[in-house]
Design a protein around this ligand. Structure first.
Ligand SMILES: [Zn+2]
Length: 95
């Protein structure tokens, strides 16, 4: 399911391009457990306990929380995946 279109009030590509999204991993829309805001982050498959999975068919509900920096929280916090951004993932891969 491509959920990217449901988030047209945000610029997901710009969020992903931001340094705060991180540099390694697949694009994941996630909620900070500290402040509750939703941002695009990169998470490695190992971080979300999906080491052997195909990222294009991942379900966010199957993924575990992962640690990432949150600037409003001023440090590393836990983020709960709400969607795997397969549209961004595929455009990065040139598919
Ligand atoms: Zn936060």
């Amino acid at each position: 399911m491509n959920v990217d279109a449901d988030r047209d009030d945000r610029d997901l590509e710009a969020e992903l391009a931001s340094p705060s999204a991180g540099q390694i991993g697949i694009p994941v829309d996630a909620v900070c457990v500290g402040c509750g805001r939703t941002r695009v982050k990169r998470a490695s498959l190992e971080e979300i306990d999906q080491g052997e999975a195909d990222p294009t068919t991942l379900e966010a509900t199957a993924c575990t929380s992962f640690k990432h920096v949150c600037y409003p929280c001023q440090g590393a916090t836990w983020w709960n995946p709400v969607a795997i951004l397969t549209g961004l993932l595929e455009s990065e891969r040139g598919e």
